[in-house]
Design a protein around this ligand. Structure first.
Ligand code: GAR
Length: 202
């Protein structure tokens, strides 16, 4: 195998997906290729980013599937059909069950907008993470890319990057800075790292 096939799972704006697409265009991501983007929301802007980059897209809606199990099975079917080697959760706002995560040990990555183990786990996602960091009064936050296992945000850490908090930060300004200075850098770097390990072992 010369490159690993990557599926990116998204729910929203897709700036992390964009960082992966840009890294691939620049050659920073070269051991893997993004071959599929799956969204759990039909209006996710990330879908437009994927289409613009010529990447196949699919939408899987939990409501239409009827149950968590059927929702996850629909995702598994797409992953298998597309021979996916690595799953990247990039702003995917749905917790995957143990049944799902067990199928893909060390084959699912997630980017989280804090320095795990701070401000993570159930209920900590998106802007809420930054609200919690500001409320607590920490002076440093950041982002983490980790493997996904059955514990929400509990899998092995791959890369982290710290970002200083400013006195006049709002959740929105902090979110943007953490994305720009940390997430958009460490997600492509961790993806390259894991893909190069996958292709080496094949
Ligand atoms: C990112 O900040 C990502 O770290 C976060 O949601 C945002 C998605 O933005 N994910 C989580 O909070 C997961 N627990 P994007 O759609 O622009 O990449």
């Amino acid at each position: 195998m010369s490159t690993a096939n990557i599926a990116v799972l998204v729910s929203g704006g897709g700036t992390n997906l964009q960082a992966l697409i840009d890294a691939q265009a620049k050659g920073d991501l070269r051991s893997g290729r993004i071959t599929l983007v799956i969204a759990n929301k039909s209006d996710a802007y990330a879908l437009q980013r994927a289409e613009r980059a010529g990447i196949s897209t699919a939408v899987v809606l939990k409501k239409e599937c009827g149950s968590q199990q059927a929702f996850e099975q629909a995702i598994v079917d797409l992953l298998e059909k597309n021979n996916i080697d690595l799953i990247v959760l990039a702003g995917f706002m749905s917790i995957l069950s143990e049944d799902f995560t067990r199928r893909y040990p060390k084959r699912i990555l997630n980017v989280h907008p804090s320095l795990i183990p701070s401000f993570c786990g159930k209920g900590f996602y998106g802007l809420r993470v930054h609200e919690a960091a500001l409320e607590y009064g920490v002076k440093v936050t950041g982002a983490t890319v980790h493997f996904v296992n059955e514990v929400p945000d509990g899998g092995e850490i791959i890369l982290q990057k710290a970002v200083a908090i400013r006195e006049n930060d709002t959740p929105e300004t902090l979110q943007k800075r953490v994305m720009r200075l940390a997430e958009w850098k460490i997600l492509p770097a961790a993806t390259e790292l894991v893909c190069s390990n996958i292709i080496e072992r094949k």
